[in-house]
Ligand binder design. Sequence first.
Ligand SMILES: [Zn+2]
Length: 211
Amino acid sequence: MTSPAPLPPSAPLHIVPPSDGIDLAYAERAAARFLAALGVATTGATTDTPGRMARAYAEMLTPRSFDLTTFPNDENYDELVLARAIPVHSVCEHHMLPFLGTAHVGYLPGQRILGLSKLARVVELFARRPQVQERLTIQIADWLHTHLQPRGVGVVIEAEHLCMTLRGVRSGGTHTISSSLLGTMREDPRSRAEFLALTTSGPSTTSGRHG
Ligand SMILES: [Zn+2]
């Protein structure tokens, strides 16, 4: 039986986030009118507040581009690769208020592996846009499933939504957990249990897609 020829590193895939064309000047004028409508003065020390608001939101909605290079899994490593506690900074699409937390992203390597730092960039790619936590979780898992073609993928996100903390029910300190498991991570009870044991903690509301 002959072994297959070794696979070369992939050509870097340059990931450029979709841009809907942020118009900072327009955003600043709109922020000034928004504040005026709320009875918030923008004079004196707050003269520059509309511009700061516009730039802050532009930054929150703009992920950095990055190069995704995958490498052949020459050692046939077949155990879980896990990046824990990747920071998540996103904006809820219902209130345009931040939700903040951490993501745990793991995969069971197939023929290729990738640098762990890239997992954080994939999280950022989907976090820096108007989001809901469940969709963010699914998009990260699906993207890795498509681009890395691992045997399995698992994503758990634990986040606090400022729209819940600051308004409405004002349930400060409540964390929402969402998860998405694909492939072997979903189908094999041992892989699934290992991943979830390494990633979940504490009482929370949960939301998951295991499919
Ligand atoms: Zn919200």
